[in-house]
Design a protein around this ligand. Structure first.
Ligand code: 26Y
Length: 822
């Protein structure tokens, strides 16, 4: 029913088809009779968007009216994946749209795959942010996300004929993006460079330099089973003045557009680095551009409430997701002190009650530090402010620990050296109300390492833990509709109930031994494996044995994540199978090993690992002796959408980082939620997964965190040759060197990282890894006990819903409350 000329779809099928046709003819100005899937997708998505918009408007109106305290989630990455399917699910309109689209001669499933992933992130950090937005809306919490509208997301990964990774741009905005709304009325001016001159009253005037515009784009975040629809606001950089008219008139067109190009460069591309810093000025520019625009927006909204600035912490909590938005701290000081004339100490009080900081890694190479000269050139006023914060802070340290000069230099925001560097993590710690890690072990490690001095200074209560979570909407219901339906049918409660209260999955435990239920459970997994096999056939042109056990490791390529351990294990398995008689082989457990993941373009060793995997796959898959027992695939261009195919299809997944290096991991949660069993080290959230589902259902192996430091010490000062320490691994490395998988020379730099310092302790963990995989094989042979493990694993994953995590942040950190939109 059309309520008025502009009003779009209602939720009955005739209105839906009507609104789709309306968009075909108006928004797309095309005709229904010669429409392709892309056009049909766009029109259908626009129709769904209209539905979301109504909810979005009502939500924002409710927030404006009731003025609740809000939380702002600042994350420089949001790995959203596709929006359309999730929107239909959350709106509860999937069936209606399926039917409506069918009436127009299209298949909804085909239309869904027309959408390009919004891949504005690298990995765990960005995907976590996306899950948290879904949970915020679903839990009816007033939370807004802020980030950048990168014109190009994470690069597309191609595999060259020699097996190495190639990168291509990701022009995800090439076609119309139906899910974003440009807000031409929301723009802020952002300054860079120039001069900062202190004035007598402790304030300063920052002038000159470059000014660019930040333009807002809004992305609606619908909640599941609620009207509440939050907002993700993305900033695009634009030149303040279109181009330099003077140069233009003088005929110098290049110069005329230079300034505009430099402004647009800021949000042109996502940096493809994950867990390693690189210190480029453009990246610092991105960080400031984003935090300054977001703060300007937050402050404008706060000012409309007409409250004194001292009330800011009662109306806004700002979450700093890792150190990337830490500039928000000196920026808020600048706004308060320089622009709003708030006295320095009052301003600092406001700041330290408004911000919250989450750390996502303990790897030293990921800790951001900016060289003072670069920083001073780009943000002269902010450097002054940081120096002032540092001085006051160190005075208070001196007061608490008189005469402890070592401590002062350890805790200083400025690291001495050539050049001096600003320690962003320390700035985030001292500028925030509370600090947390993302899994129990990680939070413990933080307190014992990076935060140690700060724990001694502030006391332990400033430091907490919020274990990560994942949204069961996308990571179960959406990616695994078969399992979702089976769960609903078995629990005999509406799906909306357990999807919002994931502990309800425990109701499955009593069926874990039931042969009928087990049979259905196994059938769902089999269907998912066949779906993946079809994808592999369609993309790589090879047939996968879907009867074999599917073994999956998908994540960013990084030495600490040890994809090397996996591929060396595969090679070991291949040699073992090769050495068997055909009769012996028949007893082996057939296995298909999948890898996927991107390497940072400049990360040489990680790229070599990809090359090795691809070439091992070539040799192994071509061997008729072992073909029935072992296949290996590297699936190119890992993405959220590919994960949605892989996660439901795994029998086991591997999370095998060196103990103490993976802060949490979140794909471990996704695989287990879908009934895949976990092979992993005692690290990150693996530990808590083990606690929840019972260690008898997890395949743990490897050294514990406590042992790592000693082992590394041994490796440095008392190295034992690898032949002696781990002959099986030595054999694998020697065969690679000898050219078994293509030119051995190519891999020497990678092999040497293991032979020499072995920082990630492969030689120490290899044997126990192989042993763990043997246990997996034995367990898999008994399908009854295996299925029981699989069912219990899923049933006990309730803790890892991102709803639990976001409610924890809301209550223990941000002090915000749900506000239901009626
Ligand atoms: C400084 C810059 C180069 C940088 C860019 C991206 C540094 C770090 C990152 C990304 C870090 C990241 O994704 N960390 C992951 O966060 C997940 C969510 O908390 C964790 O589950 C995962 O263990 C951790 O590696």
């Amino acid at each position: 029913v059309w309520k008025d000329g502009l009003r779009a779809a209602d939720d009955d099928v005739p209105s839906i088809t009507k609104s789709i046709v309306h968009h075909v003819q108006t928004s797309l100005s095309r005709q229904a009779y010669n429409l392709d899937d892309l056009g049909a997708y766009q029109a259908t998505a626009l129709s769904a968007k209209d539905n979301m918009l109504l909810n979005w408007n009502e939500t924002q109106l409710a927030y404006t009216r009731k003025q609740p305290k809000r939380a702002y989630y600042l994350c420089i990455e949001y790995l959203m994946g596709r929006t359309f399917d999730n929107a239909l699910l959350n709106l509860g309109l999937k069936d209606q749209y399926h039917e409506g689209v069918g009436k127009l001669g299209f298949n909804l499933e085909d239309l869904l795959t027309q959408e390009r992933d919004a891949a504005l992130g690298n990995g765990g950090l960005g995907r976590l942010a996306a899950c948290y937005l879904d949970s915020s809306s679903s839990q009816e919490l007033p939370v807004w996300g802020y980030s950048l509208r990168y014109k190009y997301g994470i690069f597309q990964q191609l595999i060259a004929p020699d097996g190495s990774q190639l990168e291509a741009p990701d022009p995800w905005l090439e076609h119309l993006n139906p899910f974003e709304i440009p807000r031409y009325d929301v723009q802020y001016e952002i300054r860079f460079y120039g001069q900062a001159e202190r004035t007598a009253d402790g304030r300063a005037v920052w002038s000159g330099g470059q000014e660019v515009l930040a333009l807002a784009y809004d992305v609606m975040i619908p909640g599941y089973g609620t009207k509440n629809t939050n907002n993700l606001r993305l900033w695009e950089s634009k030149p303040k003045r279109g181009f330099d008219l003077q140069s233009f008139n003088a005929g110098d067109y290049e110069r005329a557009v230079e300034a505009s190009n430099s402004a647009e460069a800021i949000t042109s591309v996502l940096y493809p680095n994950d867990n390693t810093t690189f210190g480029k000025e453009l990246r610092l520019k991105q960080q400031y551009f984003w935090t300054a625009a977001s703060l300007a927006d937050i402050i404008r909204r706060f000012k409309s409430l007409e409250k004194p600035f001292s009330a800011l912490p009662d109306y806004a909590a700002i979450q700093l997701n890792d150190t990337h938005p830490t500039l928000a701290i000196p920026e808020l000081m600048r706004i308060l002190v320089d622009e709003e004339e708030v006295p320095w100490n009052s301003a600092w009080d406001i700041v330290t009650n408004t911000f919250f900081f989450t750390n996502h890694t303990v790897l030293p190479e990921a800790l951001e530090k900016w060289p003072v000269p670069l920083f001073e050139h780009l943000l002269p006023r902010h450097l002054q402010i940081i120096y002032d914060i540092n001085m006051t802070f160190l005075q208070s340290v001196e007061k608490k620990f008189p005469g402890d000069r070592e401590r002062l230099s350890r805790m200083s925001l400025i690291e001495e050296g050539f050049p001096k560097q600003i320690r962003m993590a320390y700035l985030a710690i001292i500028g925030s109300r509370k600090v947390n890690g993302v899994a129990e072990l990680h939070s413990q490690l933080l307190k014992a390492t990076i935060c140690k001095d700060f724990v001694e200074f502030y006391g332990i209560s400033k430091f907490g833990n919020v274990t990560n979570g994942v949204t069961p909407r996308r990571w179960l219901d959406q990616c695994n509709p078969g399992l979702s339906a089976l769960i609903t049918e078995t629990l005999k409660i509406p799906k909306s109930e357990w999807l919002k209260d994931l502990k309800k999955l425990e109701g499955l435990i009593k069926y874990a031994d039931d042969p009928q239920f087990q049979k259905k459970w196994a059938a769902v997994k089999q269907t998912n494996k066949e779906r993946l096999a079809q994808y592999v056939e369609a993309t790589l042109g090879v047939k996968v044995n879907a009867k074999a056990m599917f073994d999956v490791q998908v994540k960013r390529l990084h030495e600490y994540k040890r994809q090397t351990l996996n591929i060396f294990g595969v090679i070991h398995r291949y040699f073992t199978l090769k050495a068997m008689t055909p009769e012996e082989r028949k007893k082996a457990n057939p296995r298909v090993v999948f890898f996927a993941g991107k390497a940072a373009p400049g990360y040489y060793i990680a790229k070599l690992v990809i090359r090795l995997i691809v070439n091992v796959a070539r040799v192994v898959n071509a061997d008729p002796d072992t073909k029935d027992y072992l296949e290996v695939y590297f699936l190119p261009d890992y993405s959220v959408s590919l994960a949605e195919l892989l996660v439901p299809a795994s029998n086991i997944s591997q999370h095998i980082s060196t103990a103490g290096t993976e802060a949490s991991g979140t794909s471990n949660m996704k695989f287990c939620l879908n009934g895949g069993l976990l092979v992993g080290t005692v690290d990150g959230a693996n530990i808590e997964i083990g606690e929840e589902i019972g260690e008898e259902n997890v395949f743990f192996f490897g050294h514990l965190t406590e042992a790592v430091e000693d082992l590394r010490y041994q490796h440095t000062y008392h190295p034992v040759p690898i032949e002696q320490k781990c002959p099986a691994l030595a054999h694998v490395l020697n065969e690679i060197s000898a050219g078994k998988f293509g030119d051995g020379q190519t891999y020497e730099p990678l092999l040497n990282t293991v032979r020499h310092h072995d920082h990630y302790l492969l030689t120490e963990d290899f044997q126990s890894y192989i042993d763990a995989l043997k246990l997996v094989d034995e367990a898999y042979l008994n399908q009854t006990t295996w299925l029981k493990k699989s069912i219990i694993t899923c049933a006990k994953m309730g803790k890892f819903s991102s709803d639990r995590a976001i409610l924890d942040y809301a209550e223990e950190y941000w002090s915000i409350e749900p506000l239901k939109v009626e």
